[in-house]
Write a protein of this length. Sequence first.
Length: 325
Amino acid sequence: MSGIKRIVVTGGAGFLGSHLCERLVGEGHDVICVDNFFTSQKSNVAHLLDKPNFELVRHDVTHPLFLEVDEIYNMACPAAPGHYQFNPIKTMKTSVMGAINMLGLAKRCRAKVLQASTSEVYGDPEEHPQRETYRGCVNPVGPRACYDEGKRAAETLFVDYHRLNKVNVRIVRIFNTYGPRMHPYDGRVVSNFIRQALANEDITLFGDGSQTRSFCYRDDLCEGIVRMMNGSDDFIGPVNLGNQGEFTIRQLAELVIELTGAKSKIVERPLPADDPTRRRPDITLAKKHLDGWEPQTPLREGLEKTIAWFRTINLKDYRAPTPNY
């Protein structure tokens, strides 16, 4: 389909969803941002509210949604451990019922629908780097299971709707992403470290900091998501989207201290249960099917932009962290 499209972005007021909305509105599409504002901020999309091709709807995807659309980006789900563990049953419902409701909408409208899945489907991986063929090492009864298994179940639903009902689906597995508009209290290492460093507080490392992550800047990630949506119907995924550069958490903490000029010290705390020790995507499939897509933003450059944004916000404008933080 070419020309102006009617597009729904669930979780559209979130960190990634708001950037997708911004991009799609800029391309001239009619965009409906759907969000229940559990972990997101209305301020993330405030600058779009006066655009004639943007609409904001407060709605929870665990309930059916009746719209006429051409494309659906299903981004809705708390993605940070502190948020998704706050109400694990709600998290599982958001992943599973949200997928069912968006797939039902896509089926009725004959719309294309993309599922924002996660590298967490691999659990604490025994394969490194992780390829899409790897089935994962997930603890189904652990504290992270509500998110890990919820996203795995959502992938199952997407593929089954495709097989049984011929729904035009896409699945992307998102690896650690960062950038402006991250919730400062989302509990992720990048936002935690920057917030602590700007306040000259101690930088909290869980474990000894030797665990690794691969950090993808949000602009690179959103480019991959849009390419996947607009790509060939013959390739539905799942496809890994992330940066192949691998850093230890301690390296990240040291770089944040350097870039902020903070006087913070690094302190260690016990490692949470089931925390993955290594995380790096194999993006061979993405390069092959998404016009050679790969991240372009080095970690230092992305962190500089993120830190600059954190300096502009007032932490009092953000809701307090969930009680089990």
